[in-house]
Ligand binder design. Structure first.
Ligand code: HEC
Length: 179
């Protein structure tokens, strides 16, 4: 083995050892008075006062996508209560985005939402109420078209929505409960 390599390995090992030793005694150099108490530590973990967190449109969209997936599988399982719930969540989320973001890239985002989704969501509500799988599938496809229409219109055409093929939520049972 080359001597220089050996020396480098030795230095690295010594460095690691010193780090480990320092970690063993983290407060060795910190006087007790300077150590945060448990409650001080908790206070430190609180967000800066006055700062509020507003989720970005993409974060809403990711949740909408989740509800949109679940909506499909709820209807496939003929679990119409669940489907109604997921559809309601989609409506609510879209409404929240509209409130928070009237504009996107100076486009009238809120108005665009009304224009494209109102029709398909109304059709979906009717289909779910009627427990009609065929009408549901057709309305679902119209909603997919609406999602993609707005993506095209907001220069987000590379986000292409489609009917889901696999239910990735294996920790949720979509089957209807026997009453
Ligand atoms: C009114 C316009 C509009 C409608 C309607 C709309 N979207 Fe979006 N969507 C956007 C915009 C704008 C973005 C990009 C947001 C950003 O990057 O800040 C986006 C992004 C997304 C993304 C990408 C998020 C990511 O991080 O990968 C998904 C997924 C998505 N939308 C799903 C949907 C689904 C599903 C629907 C229909 C149920 C839908 N969208 C309806 C405008 C819309």
């Amino acid at each position: 083995m080359h001597l220089r390599l050996l020396a480098a390995a030795f230095i690295a090992a010594a460095f690691c050892a010193s780090v480990v030793m320092a970690q063993d005694k983290p407060d060795a150099k910190m006087p007790d008075a300077a150590k945060p108490t448990a409650s001080e530590q908790q206070a430190n973990d609180k967000p800066e006062p006055g700062k509020t967190y507003v989720p970005g449109i993409e974060q809403f969209m990711n949740v909408i996508q989740t509800e949109h997936t679940k909506l499909w599988f709820a209807a496939q399982a003929k679990n119409w209560d669940l489907a109604a719930y997921n559809l309601g969540e989609i409506k609510e989320l879209l409404g929240d985005v509209q409130d928070l973001y009237p504009k996107f890239k100076s486009l009238p985002f809120a108005d665009m939402t009304d224009a494209v989704v109102t029709g398909p969501i109304g059709e979906l509500e009717k289909a779910v109420d009627a427990k009609d799988g065929k009408k549901f599938a057709a309305a679902y496809d119209n909603l997919v078209t609406a999602c993609n229409g707005c993506h095209e219109g907001t220069q987000m055409g590379f986000v292409v929505i489609q009917r889901p093929t696999v239910n990735q939520f294996s920790n949720q049972n979509f089957a209807r409960k026997k009453k």
